[in-house]
Design a protein around this ligand. Structure first.
Ligand code: ADP
Ligand code: MG
Length: 728
């Protein structure tokens, strides 16, 4: 009773303060916020009957600090325990529910010293059913002789018993079952928090507060689509009455996830379109035409079209926000460079940002060569640029000289002033942060932004994540490239792989050997690279050659030195981690060996493979499946050898691994969908996009009173991207 009393004021407070946390357990950036909340024992969850402050900490560990969080902790899946059978009719291997009474119960000690719990139930059908619970002696308090109990599980084929079944003790009428005899939700848990405890807490939260969760989807949007009310969706997603209601709930909540994201994208798009700069930043293209004439090859039709699209945007008064999407080796750099010349012809400055210093310098060298025939000035400004040189460059930039300046993101974040910046090119970056854009805007310029990416992005993901970006695509690879074949093999064939590498080296070629990706752990990656470096350096077949080592733990200078030595051909085999994934261009490299290839995403493998096949020689990518790889893993790899269409691979990746894993969470910057499955929910994507567009066109700052909750929710969840759109 006391617990109930405590719960009431808590529930009343919910409306004001529950909303101070974002409703969706959020991206890492906000993790610190949950930690702070955990220090004050203010979580509403603790006031739920049977929870209390200590248990509430367990919920905090899952990022759940409010009743709404709890209600939005959607199940991972549901067990169908709706079939009731009599014990006498039980057959092994069927997942069913039995309604009986406890006939006997006892804790027993096993030989290994553990205490388990066993019980038997009967239902008047003439047979008993044994229950066996590992290491849960405390169940003696719950499953007492004579009590009515419902049990869901599968009967063991050899002994007439169920191991660790779901159960629910029923006193009085059977009302809403939580743990058995229904579609039973399976939630993500943490150590110390049981599935039963979670279900109970969610049920209590729903009973107390489901009706008061503010709905971010405006009534006109939900109404027009016949979406079920939010409170019903929340209740049914956890404790569905049947499949139809579950599907409707899922659809309602998935709609919300996508709708929020699409609204953000539309708001941004709308706001960007309003930002008049008022002038064109592109010249007529005389410089670019001269540069093209000086190229040893001709632009592909795709390159030409992309350039026209980009320049078309630059001529408009609103700033460009465009992505140039091209498979590896499709020739994005030269397109970006020609766009830069259009701006420089008008006397403007251009910044070209690469993800690493090494790549900035490599691009610098490429672009200098391209720029020399037309006399355009290219400078490289990185952390490694000597101070005196740096000052000189800064002075030239300050004077407004029309320079193409290369660097990393530090270029725009540091104090470098680029007063007449007209175009910012961002290479190999999946999301040009709005923060960076804002930084530029603060410096008084709103440049055109061109994002280059070699990661093929499926159309659905593209719409979901970059709905506000215009896209130009390079599909065809430039002609004159040697063939690139992909072979899949097993670890046991490694000696043959080394033999093959040695043959290529003997023919004057070079090879990359990429070591397994060890999840998110740069240190372990580096160790693996070092070990492989030792193994290959000592290999008799490779003795005549020089093996190099490159990984992310090396200092920038060491990395640069390793890369340079490989590019100059002084190092023949480069053992490396995925740091080599982006942008490195060594046309003489014809072999790419990827070890434990099953650990990589297809998109990532495709990126790695793109490091070879860049010259005129035939190239080979060897994917070595590790001993632990499964049949499915092997199949995935086989897909690599049958297609070199990066877009197809990306679609497959999306289907097989989901968006979060496509690029590895480290660099993805993708929203974390919980119910949305982009591979399946394409129609929902289109629908939410249309809804968001209509809404934003009618109320571009979400000022209408019916859009209050939406506005608040978006500001909490997407604060950063919205700074531009909603707060001007
Ligand atoms: P990516 O799109 O992967 O960044 P790059 O821009 O680095 O590709 O181009 C890869 C290579 O192809 C470069 O060496 C570049 O000089 C060359 N290249 C670009 N366009 C063409 C073309 N139209 N014909 C032949 N080679 C080209
Ligand atoms: Mg490139």
């Amino acid at each position: 009773m006391a617990a109930r009393d405590r719960a009431i004021p808590a529930a009343r407070r919910m409306c004001e303060s529950d909303r101070t946390m974002p409703p969706v357990p959020p991206a890492p950036r906000r993790a610190s916020a949950s930690v702070r909340v955990s220090l004050e024992p203010s979580s509403r969850i603790q006031y739920l009957p049977g929870v209390g402050p200590k248990r509430a900490e367990l919920f905090v560990r899952l990022g759940l600090t409010s009743l709404e969080h709890l209600m939005r902790h959607y199940p991972r899946t549901w067990l169908d325990a709706r079939r009731f059978v009599r014990i006498a009719d039980l057959r092994p291997g069927e997942f069913v529910t039995v309604d009986g009474a406890v006939h006997s119960a006892a804790a027993i000690r096993t030989r290994s010293g553990r205490t388990d719990f066993i019980a038997a139930i009967e239902d008047g059908s003439g047979a008993h059913l044994g229950l066996y619970f590992f290491g849960q002696p405390f169940l003696a308090r719950t499953l007492r002789k004579g009590l009515r109990v419902l049990v869901s599980g599968e009967m063991d084929p050899f002994e007439r018993r169920m191991m660790n079944p779901l159960f629910e003790v029923v006193e009085g009428e059977v009302e809403a079952l939580l743990h058995v005899g229904r579609l039973v939700p399976v939630h993500a848990l943490t150590k110390g928090l049981t599935a039963r405890g979670m279900r109970r807490a969610v049920r209590l939260a729903l009973d107390e507060a489901a009706g008061r969760v503010p709905d971010p989807v405006p009534a006109e949007v939900a109404g027009a689509r016949g979406l079920v009310p939010l409170s019903e969706a929340l209740a049914q997603i956890h404790f569905p009455e049947d499949e139809q209601r579950l599907a409707a709930a899922r659809r309602r909540l998935a709609f919300e996830e996508l709708f929020l994201l699409q609204t953000v994208l539309e708001l941004r798009r709308f706001a960007l379109a309003q930002e008049g700069r008022g002038t064109s930043t592109a010249g007529e293209g005389r410089l670019a035409a001269r540069a093209v004439a000086a190229l040893p090859w001709r632009l592909t039709p795709d390159q030409q079209r992309a350039l026209e699209e980009i320049v078309g945007d630059m001529r408009r008064p609103a700033p460009m926000h465009r992505m140039l999407l091209g498979d590896v080796g499709s020739g994005k750099t030269v397109v970006a460079f020609l766009a830069a010349l259009h701006a420089m012809e008008q006397g403007h400055q251009v910044a070209f940002m690469a993800p690493t210093e090494i790549l900035a310098r490599q691009h610098g060298a490429t672009l200098e060569a391209l720029a020399a025939p037309v006399g355009a000035a290219v400078v490289v400004l990185t952390g490694a640029t000597p101070a005196a040189e740096r000052r000189a460059m800064a002075a030239r930039l300050e004077r407004g000289e029309p320079l193409l300046v290369l660097g990393t993101h530090a270029l725009i974040e540091e104090k470098v002033r680029i007063p007449d910046l007209a175009l910012a090119i961002v290479d190999e970056q999946h999301r040009f942060g709005v923060r960076q854009r804002a930084t530029l805007a603060q410096k008084g310029v709103i440049p055109d932004v061109l994002v280059l990416t070699a990661t093929p992005i499926p159309r659905t993901l593209m719409l979901a994540c970059y709905g506000d970006l215009a896209v130009s695509t390079l599909r065809a690879r430039p002609a004159g490239r040697g063939r690139l074949v992909t072979r899949v093999t097993g670890e046991e064939k490694f000696p043959q792989v080394v033999e093959f590498v040695a043959r290529e080296l003997a023919a004057g070629r070079q090879a990359f050997v990429v070591v397994p990706l060890i999840e998110e752990d740069g240190r372990a990656d580096a160790r693996a690279a070092e070990a492989e470096f030792e193994r290959l350096s000592g290999h008799p077949l490779l003795r005549p050659y020089k093996v190099g080592l490159l990984h992310g733990r090396l200092k920038v200078e060491a990395r640069q030195a390793a890369m340079d030595a490989f590019a100059r051909g002084e190092v023949h085999v480069l053992v490396t981690t995925t740091v080599v994934e982006v942008g490195v261009d060594v046309p003489n490299a014809t072999v790419m060996v990827v070890e434990n290839a099953e650990r990589f995403g297809l998109t990532q493998l495709h990126q790695l493979r793109g490091r070879v096949g860049r010259g005129a020689h035939r190239s080979v990518c060897v994917l070595v499946a590790g001993p632990a790889s499964t049949a499915v893993g092997r199949q995935r790899l086989d897909l690599m050898s049958t297609t070199d269409d990066g877009f197809k691979l990306a679609e497959a990746d999306l289907r097989l691994r989901g968006p979060g894993e496509m690029w590895g969470t480290r660099q993805s910057g993708l929203p974390r969908f919980r119910l949305v499955d982009l591979a399946r929910d394409e129609d929902l994507l289109e629908e939410t996009r249309a809804a968001a567009r209509t809404l934003v066109e009618s109320d571009p700052q979400l000022l209408a009173s019916g859009h209050d909750v939406l506005r608040q929710t978006l500001l909490l969840q997407y604060r950063e991207p919205l700074e531009v759109a909603l707060t001007g």
